[in-house]
Design a protein around this ligand. Structure first.
Ligand code: GLN
Length: 467
């Protein structure tokens, strides 16, 4: 049997019909992973073996997991040297749910350290390369996940994580589908935190149907994470009809289409919107006026939370240790200086400053108010529209040589289209919508809180019409 054309959903069906020899399938799979990894660095750890359990909704499916999500018995470092060698004695809730449905965790994907980045260039263990052009970035921070999704010609779903765009950005740069669920709809128990009020776990796949299936398995209340929403589990596949978009109201935020966006990228997204009009959708321009505050608000909030989360890596209870000598302050700064990368250090400084007594009112508390304004922008827009559509990223995947020349602020500005939806905690889906100079362009479909069904429906209709 050849697997290269099968989606995850089709593969599971074939397994359930008894058409797949899983033993042989996994031998081929790990040979392929080793070959790809040598060339592209998608995985920090490969976890060989077979599914622990037969049957279930994911019967035999291979799933890769971003390195910041804990996996029992498999090293989980969040891409940081400070956690090198950490082997969790437990599974994160989404991982245990996936395993309970018969899937096999095949390895841990490369990422920016703790999720700090947009290009997966701030990695403790090697930088993943874009499979379409290895001189370019996979995007970040779930770069290994999206790169592997594109390159691996076998059925597979990846689990990624987003704080400010880390599922959408790499999905866009690698030409695959990324789904970031509503904040609180998927448990964060067992996730190595970046910024607790922003972090979400979500799937990356080759098609909309595959990510819808995965969301149905991982979403739902978890008593181990009190921030999960108490909502009945849903079967998201039921939203996917390939029919028309008649009656669907699409808003196009004008701030997301302005000069900051590459003209060719904008054109591809406009063409895609035209296609959706042909499918029956009604479109109109709208405004999200507080977009201009989203980058500073996000980077203050995210680094504030990150700096408190990283405080526990002090060489005593968590992470790397050193030779205990001298004052405590001397000891822990030695351990932290050695094992944290430059970007982690930059964010610790920025975040600690923003929440210091004396600056708290000026930065952190002000940002909390701005966050509410940004949420209200979206709430207002969703009174008029079912979904909003924009480019996922303002550019196609840049070359590593271009990234090297960027200043930290230029780097942060790349997140201009993804941070506001993440601050608002709304669900978003990035789907490929064409190419510019051979590199994929992503279209972002944003929905109101808990309306994953609508964005999946729109994404699926577009994908079917475009293919
Ligand atoms: N690029 C953003 C950052 O560096 C988002 C990363 C993420 O979502 N983990 O913070």
């Amino acid at each position: 049997m050849t697997y290269s054309k099968l989606s995850a959903v089709q593969f599971i069906d074939a397994v359930q019909r008894g058409q797949v020899n899983l033993e042989e399938f996994y031998i081929d799979m790990f040979a392929e992973l080793a070959r790809l990894n040598e060339k592209y660095n998608f995985l920090i750890t490969i976890a060989e073996g077979k599914p622990e359990k037969g049957g279930g909704k994911l019967a035999g499916l291979p799933v890769s997991v971003k390195d910041c999500i804990c996996t029992k018995g498999v090293q989980s470092t969040a891409g940081s040297r400070i956690l090198e060698g950490y082997v969790p004695p437990f599974d994160a809730t989404p991982v245990s749910r996936i395993k309970a449905e018969g899937a096999k965790i095949i390895g841990k994907t490369a990422q920016d350290e703790f999720g700090f980045g947009t290009f997966s260039t701030n990695c403790g263990f090697g930088v993943p390369k874009n499979p379409i052009d290895p001189a370019r970035s996979c995007g970040g921070s779930s770069g290994g996940a999206a790169g592997l999704m594109k390159a691996l010609n076998m059925p597979h779903i990846a689990l990624g994580q987003s704080t400010g765009g880390s599922i959408s950005c790499p999905a866009s740069f690698c030409g695959v589908v990324g789904l970031t669920p509503t904040y609180g709809s998927v448990s964060r128990y067992g996730l190595i935190d970046y910024a607790n009020s922003l972090d979400k776990i979500g799937p990356i796949g080759k098609c909309v149907e595959d990510v819808a299936l995965m969301l149905s398995v991982i979403a739902g209340h978890d008593h181990m994470d009190q921030t999960t929403i108490n909502k009945k589990p849903e079967d998201y596949l039921r939203y996917l009809s390939k029919e028309s978009l008649k009656g669907v109201r699409i808003g196009i935020p004008k701030e997301y289409m302005d000069e900051g966006v590459d003209a060719n990228v904008r054109q591809k997204v406009m063409d895609a919107i035209g296609k959706m009009e042909e499918l029956g959708a009604k479109t109109a321009e709208c405004s999200l006026p507080n977009t201009k505050y989203s980058i500073p608000a996000y980077y203050i909030l995210a680094t504030t939370e990150a700096s408190t989360n990283l405080a526990k890596f002090c060489g005593m209870r968590y992470g790397a240790e050193g030779v205990v000598e001298g004052e405590f302050n001397e000891y822990f700064s030695k351990v932290r200086s050695k094992h944290f990368g430059d970007e982690a250090k930059r964010r610790i400084l920025l975040g600690t400053f923003a929440r210091m007594a004396g600056y708290r009112d000026q930065f952190y508390l002000k940002v909390m108010r701005v966050r509410t304004m940004i949420i209200n922008d979206f709430k207002l827009a969703f009174k008029r529209f079912d979904v909003l559509i924009a480019p996922t990223m303002p550019v196609v995947a840049p070359r590593f040589s271009e990234i090297k020349k960027m200043t930290p602020v230029e780097n942060y500005m790349m997140d201009i289209l993804t941070v506001a939806p993440n601050l608002a905690g709304i669900p978003m889906l990035s789907v490929p919508c064409g190419e510019v100079k051979g590199m994929p362009v992503g279209m972002h479909i944003l929905g109101n809180h808990l309306e994953e069904g609508k964005i999946l429906k729109v994404g699926n209709a577009f994908e079917s019409a475009a293919s």
